[in-house]
Design a protein around this ligand. Structure first.
Ligand code: ZN
Length: 268
């Protein structure tokens, strides 16, 4: 891999993307969940408890993250989302109510995209520039839609270790299941699910991958969910991972917006 010239001579870039799904993850899976307060409470834990704890932890380390928020969640929990924005974190687009995009419904996709955008702008007073599809999936309509609405980046695809630019001019900030907390921590009772394991297993996986990416000079784009990572023991694990990463020289910690801006300015 060609060595990437990261900002200010950094060897590697690190971003923390936090998908604040709240109850919308469960509502989009099954509308019947609206009548299941127990199921929904798994999601409510995110904005109510996990997110404030994450904000405190990020503040202790003077780190700025990117919060991907469905418009529905911003409308239901405006205070904590506005607080994250006031603290200097980026608030980005994560659909309206966590809908899976349907390639056969371009009008519906556009309507939900616009509704989500407007909800976020209403709560933070600022128009988001980044988009993460709730399913990490795109349709033929998605990238043109981002371009038409003046968005800067997408963070959805898994086909590189570094950012790149789509034909539509949108910067892609690649993700990976390996660097997502959900596959390790999401526990489901109605379908076969992974057993619950100690968080140190994830700590090893993430540091292993960070070390590899650091050697190559790639982009470590971590994906977190307050409803999963926001448990006290897991947050302590995350804090250990971030502390360990910050001991490496020449690491650039940046929001996804800052990485995308840098990439557009240097590669666009
Ligand atoms: Zn999500």
């Amino acid at each position: 891999m060609r060595r990437i010239a990261w900002k200010a001579g950094a060897r590697c870039a690190v971003s923390i993307g936090i998908d604040v799904d709240g109850e919308s993850l469960w509502l989009s899976k099954d509308p019947e969940n609206e009548r299941r307060p127990g199921v929904l409470s798994q999601g409510a834990y995110g904005p109510k408890v996990g997110l404030p704890l994450l904000l405190e932890m990020l503040e202790r380390h003077a780190l700025r993250a990117t919060f991907f928020v469905p418009g529905w969640v911003a409308e239901r929990y405006p205070e904590v989302i506005a607080r994250a924005h006031r603290m200097g974190h980026e608030v980005a687009h994560h659909g309206y109510c966590h809908e899976w995009p349907d390639p056969d419904d371009p009008r519906g996709e556009e309507a939900r995209f616009v509704r989500g955008l407007e909800a976020l702008e209403h709560v933070t007073g600022q128009r988001p520039v980044g988009f993460r599809s709730p399913a990490w999936e795109l349709t033929p309509r998605t990238l043109p839609l981002l371009r038409e609405h003046g968005m800067l980046y997408s963070s959805n695809l898994m086909d590189d270790l570094a950012p790149y630019i789509h034909d539509e001019g949108i910067v892609e900030l690649p993700v990976q299941w390996l660097l997502d907390d959900a596959p390790y921590f999401m526990f489901q009772t109605r379908v076969p699910s992974r057993p619950i394991w100690p968080a140190e297993h994830v700590e090893r996986a993430w540091l292993e991958e960070f070390h590899g990416l650091y050697r190559l000079g790639g982009y470590f784009n971590l994906t977190l969910h307050p409803q999963f990572i926001g448990r006290p023991g897991r947050l302590a694990m995350l804090e250990r991972v971030l502390s360990r990463i910050s001991t490496y020289p020449d690491v650039w910690f940046a929001s996804l917006r800052d990485v995308a801006t840098y990439w557009r300015d240097t590669h666009g």
